[in-house]
Design a protein around this ligand. Structure first.
Ligand code: GRF
Length: 199
């Protein structure tokens, strides 16, 4: 079965990337994690990618004069590896409209809140401070508006009275990983059926 060649962009721990790479090992999963790119040279996720046998490289944004030069290198690396779909997973760089438009409808992100609530950072603390009863995570398409693209899948979780930002983040993480695996499956399956119809 043909699989959609997918890259994962990371900046840190890479646990969502590892969940995607693990799921993609199954023959019936419609995506293949063909490349991991980190903008941080010593990101833990790079070691995880190696352990999982996934090609991984660093493109350090600090080595470039501006965002556009960094993104040009990123785009070239993706194109060179024949990447069809890109998943941001804890990738801590804001992407410019130029890059986002080049990868329109082929660029996903996971965000730790029930979007449209709490775009940006510190989502767990903001949900607790607001007295919310539930929190969650969202996989969405990336557009030029930060955390503003169409939702693909969402998972909600009850906030407990004893929750801190850390405990909430910890309890949410396995749900993020499961959600991302499901969302990538959905998007890659749709891409495969569109490409089959086109033939
Ligand atoms: C996740 O909580 C993700 O939602 C957020 O950053 C974290 C990345 O974790 N954007 P990991 O690097 O995938 O372990």
């Amino acid at each position: 079965m043909r699989k959609i060649r997918t890259a994962v962009l990371i900046s840190g721990r890479g646990s969502n990337m590892a969940a995607l790479a693990q799921a993609a090992k199954s023959d019936s999963y419609p995506a293949d994690i063909a490349l991991v790119i980190s903008n941080i040279p010593d990101a833990l996720g790079l070691d995880k990618a190696k352990e999982l046998g996934v090609p991984a490289k660093t493109i350090d944004h600090k080595q470039f004069s501006d965002r556009r030069a960094f993104e040009t290198a990123l785009d070239a690396a993706l194109t060179e590896s024949d990447i069809e779909l890109v998943c941001c997973a804890g990738f801590m760089r804001i992407l410019t409209p130029w890059f986002v438009n080049r990868w329109k409808n082929r660029l996903l992100n996971i965000h730790p809140s029930l979007l449209p609530k709490y775009k940006g950072l510190n989502t767990h603390q903001r949900a607790i401070d607001a007295g919310d009863k539930e929190h969650g995570c969202t996989v969405h398409y990336v557009t030029a508006e930060l955390d503003g693209g169409a939702t693909i899948l969402q998972h909600a979780l009850d906030i407990e009275g004893t929750d801190t930002a850390d405990s909430l983040a910890q309890r949410l993480l396995p749900h993020e990983q499961d959600l991302y695996v499901e969302a990538l499956k959905k998007v890659a399956s749709e891409m495969l059926s569109v490409s089959r119809c086109g033939k």
